[in-house]
Design a binder for this molecule. Structure first.
Ligand code: PXG
Length: 457
């Protein structure tokens, strides 16, 4: 990294930050110059901090840097776009090259006839778009009462009002309530902590049938859509039992409701397919996407939807759009990113090699005395830390052990995220076998230290 002698020092930057920058999802009473981490640069699967520490980024930023850091192809594409056309809107019958190309590309990658793409700035506003889109769709169909969206408890759909209302995180619901009306939540297929004595398959069916029950309770003529992440990410990498998705698909087909897949995390290779829906054989009517669409190099999200929805929406204007819908530079970043994924066959690499290698190594962490389950799918993994193996029990002060483990991980040069007491990873798709070995070694060491810290012998 080149440093400019006129740049402020790391200490000065931290002081400015602490004085003025309000951080997302952060308890500011816990933030000080010791805990604040200044990230200076990144390359491949690694980030560096201002103390010169090289840290393996087990989270690919925030589940997004799928092609890894330091991709000059994306930088060049954006630079070129910025000098040719840095901005123009896509409202009022205007378009431009990168947005037209990207819409066609996304339509070609999504499953089924999701041939129509609306652009957003993030995953949260993609889900705002979803909410307005599905309600408007049913309105145009003459079914104005079909306004309820069914989502799942502990789902994450973003942080805007629509995102938080669709999401099923009670802690978030408490902040900024009242929420958007006509959103209902059903059980999540989280067998490890909620499956009780049932087998995973029995539990998967029960959770899926909760959707049917909810539709019966609310009335089919009131329900617009069911929205779900193929694998819950921020909720703790919750991989549904095998029985779950086929039953959900049966219910969605039999009932007159739309199925929306929130693929903000599972899209763009995370599960070894372009979309997680393809991994599970799902046919959504709508897909929300963001993150891996540009590998986080610039902010962009999108909502892809079916021919049927597009045809229905032809009646008059859909009065919805963001200044930055289809921003040229962001679209250029996304196109360059997708080109890398295709040319380097990153999805095939995950599917045919890396996911298997990762699964095997990750599973070995299940032997650690603190770990009740080590699960993975594609390139996401979770470790359930438990006070007492082999019970699927919880720690008394939920979240404390996770926070301790996360801090040990950082100190050992690994970013691993804690969701309550579940440790999760979602590394860049370019991660090598050696880097996976390093991740697992560092995770084991951090688990040992966590074990010692919490005093479990
Ligand atoms: N849907 C899903 C499934 C997500 O995971 C969003 C929507 C919202 O996307 P934006 O781009 O508005 O953030 C997300 C985002 C975490 C974490 O710590 C997860 C997300 C975002 C920030 C942090 O796990 N997921």
């Amino acid at each position: 990294m080149t440093t400019n002698p006129n740049s402020p020092s790391a200490d000065e930057l931290k002081q400015n930050d602490l004085a003025h920058h309000w951080h997302p999802f952060t308890d500011h009473s816990e933030l000080d110059d010791k805990t604040l981490r200044l990230i200076t640069h990144a390359n491949g699967s690694y980030i560096w901090d201002s103390n010169g520490n090289k840290i393996l980024d087990g989270m690919a930023g925030l589940w997004c840097v799928n092609v890894g850091y330091g991709r000059s192809e994306i930088v060049d594409a954006v630079t070129k776009q910025m000098s040719e056309l840095p901005y123009y809107n896509t409202f009022f019958k205007s378009t431009h090259q990168p947005v037209a190309e990207l819409a066609e590309k996304i339509a070609s990658l999504t499953p089924g006839d999701l041939n129509h793409v609306f652009f957003t700035g993030s995953g949260s506003d993609a889900n705002d778009t979803v909410l307005r889109l599905v309600r408007t769709y049913w309105g145009h169909k003459g079914k104005k009462d079909k306004t309820i969206i069914i989502a799942r408890k502990n789902a994450y759909h973003g942080s805007t009002m629509a995102g938080v209302s669709l999401g099923g995180m009670s802690g978030m619901h408490d902040q900024g309530a009242p929420l958007i009306p006509d959103i209902a939540h059903i059980k999540q297929p989280y067998w490890f902590h909620e499956g009780g004595d049932m087998s995973p398959d029995e539990f998967g069916l029960e959770c899926a049938r909760d959707l049917e029950k909810k539709i019966d309770e609310l009335g089919e003529d009131r329900v617009a859509a069911f929205i779900a992440e193929p694998v819950q990410g921020a909720g703790g990498v919750i991989i549904p039992p095998e029985t779950y998705w086929p039953e959900i698909m049966r219910i969605c087909k039999e009932r007159d409701i739309l199925f929306v897949a929130d693929e903000v995390i599972t899209g763009f290779g995370r599960l070894g397919e372009w979309f997680g829906s393809q991994h599970f054989g799902l046919q959504p009517d709508v897909i929300a996407m963001a993150k891996g669409l540009s590998s986080g190099y610039l902010p962009i999200g999108a909502v892809a939807f079916s021919d049927e929805i597009s045809n229905t929406l032809q009646k008059g204007e859909f009065a919805h759009g963001y200044t930055y819908s289809g921003h040229p530079a962001c679209c250029a970043a996304a196109l360059a990113n997708l080109k890398i994924i295709e040319e380097e066959k990153l999805i095939e690499r995950v599917k045919n090699h890396t996911a298997g290698y990762f699964a095997e190594k990750w599973a070995s962490l299940g032997e650690h005395p603190l770990v009740g389950e080590a699960r993975s799918i594609g390139l996401v993994g979770a470790l359930e830390m438990v006070p007492e193996k082999p019970k699927r029990s919880k720690f008394k002060n939920e979240g404390d052990t996770g926070a301790i483990c996360r801090d040990h991980c950082f100190n050992n040069g690994l970013v691993m995220r804690a969701v309550r007491d579940t440790m999760i990873v979602s590394p860049p798709l370019i991660i090598t076998d050696n880097e996976i070995d390093e991740m697992v070694e560092k995770a084991w060491k951090s688990l040992d230290q966590t074990h010692a810290s919490i005093g479990v012998k």
